[in-house]
Write a protein that binds this ligand. Structure first.
Ligand code: SF4
Length: 493
């Protein structure tokens, strides 16, 4: 057992809110936690960026710039600033009874001599987990002696459109909700500290909280402990919350006879599991693909969705394409394959140059084939809204889309899909391991976004940019080439 730290940060305490085993493992068995993934790090960075931006909307404050681990320094500086009469403080630190929290922005109301809290969240609405977060924070602050009068969540405003960022943030007064929770905080905190003093890991089962609101870092450890096989009921497509009811009833494996009341797709998954055979409905495949028209244009976009919008007309988190790849088969599956691609590599708006290149690649006839086409169609609709010049031509593309994903979902299942119809599972399962994305520098949409951000950053060296540009081109090209092979496979059935 490790020593319990003198002060536990709000972030750690909230792990105890999620699950007492989580906080226990965090303190006593940190070696079992999965390392921070690049995706998670990108989320932290985004939160920091949004937090820093929000300070501009509450000007005149003083930043407590002590590092996150410098509890003592941040507390001393906060006390000093309050004693000196500071009226706005960023990242102020407070502690009470072993609990420690930093508030994004606090402002003193000189008329009442009470404080208002503004906690910045990089979301577009108040989420249920924000209440626990702010409830704990307000409790620590109140117990440390702060007189408060109002508690606000400051979130990104979905109505905001670049370049007018005057309404980038929206304040929501949650004082009443937090007041209603106030009395529940002390028992929760006491329970957390009592748990940490135990010599045994708390006996807590896995549950929805393992993945909500974010993935717990101990999932691999806890799920292995429970011997959950793959596949299991957790891999059944569209099973949603029912999987937890099944789990509670002890129904875990796909051959459990009590597994009933399933939809057609789920029954197919179970049938394949029991027989070990692949399911293919060849006639339905033929019926669908016989309606597709040459040239076949295989299309895939990569997009960026910055929390703080940076392109004209965009709202927070709006998806803007910066890259596409197309592979074109002009007359038949045996036609020579033509590749057309586009990658934006500077920090200006990608759409002005992407749209003409896209229209050129797609031409004016033939089926545009996109896996999960609803995404590509949504981006094209947004491009049409952006460009009055090309609106009509862009809208005409929409009717030409066909999508192998729903077709495969309806007609094909292989045990190697493990319940997922994502291209990353389907392609290697049907086409072989050569079509896996393993080992690629850019291997998924998140990697692509981070690579793009690095490419357009002034801080990135020319050598690194070259490497990332090559990796991005390879990745997007692979997505459409895999689709070509997948469609050839469908035609072979
Ligand atoms: S994986 Fe689930 S059970 Fe394990 S610590 Fe995390 S939340 Fe708790």
């Amino acid at each position: 057992m490790n020593r319990i730290p003198k002060l536990l940060s709000k972030t750690k305490l909230l792990r105890g809110y999620r699950c007492l085993k989580c906080i226990y493992l965090t303190i006593h068995h940190p070696e079992l936690e999965a390392p921070i993934t690049p995706e998670l790090q990108a989320l932290f960075d985004q939160g920091n960026e949004v937090g820093a931006k929000a300070r501009e909307y509450y000007p005149g404050g003083i930043l407590i710039d002590n590092k996150p681990w410098d509890f003592g320094g941040a507390l001393a500086k906060t006390r000093g600033l309050i004693a000196e009469g500071a009226h706005t403080i960023y990242e102020a630190a407070f502690s009470y009874a072993g609990c420690y929290a930093r508030a994004d922005i606090i402002k003193l109301n000189p008329e009442t001599n009470r404080w208002r809290i503004f906690e910045v969240k990089s979301t577009t609405k108040v989420k249920p987990e924000h209440y626990d977060d702010l409830g704990l924070q307000a409790w620590i602050m109140a117990k440390s002696g702060m007189q408060m009068e109002q508690i606000n969540v400051v979130h990104l405003n979905p109505e905001c459109r670049y370049p007018d960022l005057s309404n980038l943030f929206k304040e929501v007064d949650v004082t009443e909700e937090i007041r209603n929770r106030y009395l529940s905080v002390q028992p929760k905190v006491s329970e957390i500290f009592a748990t940490l003093k135990q010599t045994e890991v708390p006996n807590i089962d896995i549950g929805p909280y393992c993945h909500e609101p974010t993935e717990c870092g101990f999932v691999e450890h806890c799920w292995k402990e429970k011997n959950i096989p793959t596949p299991s009921i957790f891999n059944l497509p569209r099973i949603q919350d029912r999987k937890w009811e099944l789990y509670q009833d002890g129904i875990i494996t796909l051959d459990d006879v009590r597994l009933t009341d399933l939809n057609e797709l789920q029954m197919r998954v179970i049938q394949c599991f029991k027989t070990g055979e692949r399911h293919i409905h060849a006639e339905a495949i033929k019926n669908e693909i016989s309606t597709w028209q040459y040239p076949f244009i295989f299309l895939d976009f990569e997009t960026i969705n910055p929390a703080i919008p940076r392109y004209k007309g965009c709202r927070p988190f709006e998806q803007v394409p910066f890259q596409f790849s197309t592979h074109i088969l002009s007359q038949s599956l045996d036609s020579e394959i033509v590749h057309k691609e586009f990658l934006h590599v500077t920090d200006d708006d990608p759409r002005d140059t992407l749209i003409p290149a896209l229209l050129d690649a797609c031409g004016d006839h033939g089926s545009i084939i996109a896996y999960h086409a609803v995404f590509e169609k949504g981006r094209i609709q947004a491009l049409a809204d952006y460009s009055s010049e090309h609106r009509e031509a862009l809208l005409k593309l929409l009717d030409r889309f066909v999508d192998p994903l729903p077709l495969i979902r309806e007609t094909v299942y292989d045990n190697a899909f493990a319940g997922s119809f994502s291209l990353k599972y389907v392609a290697p399962a049907l086409l072989g391991d050569a079509h896996s994305y393993n080992g690629m520098l850019v291997a998924n949409g998140g990697d692509a976004q981070r690579a793009f951000e690095e490419i357009i950053s002034q801080k990135t060296s020319p050598g690194r940019k070259e490497l990332l540009i090559t990796a991005l081109i390879e990745y997007c090209k692979k997505d459409t080439l895999v689709m070509v092979e997948l469609v050839k496979w469908l035609f072979d059935q």
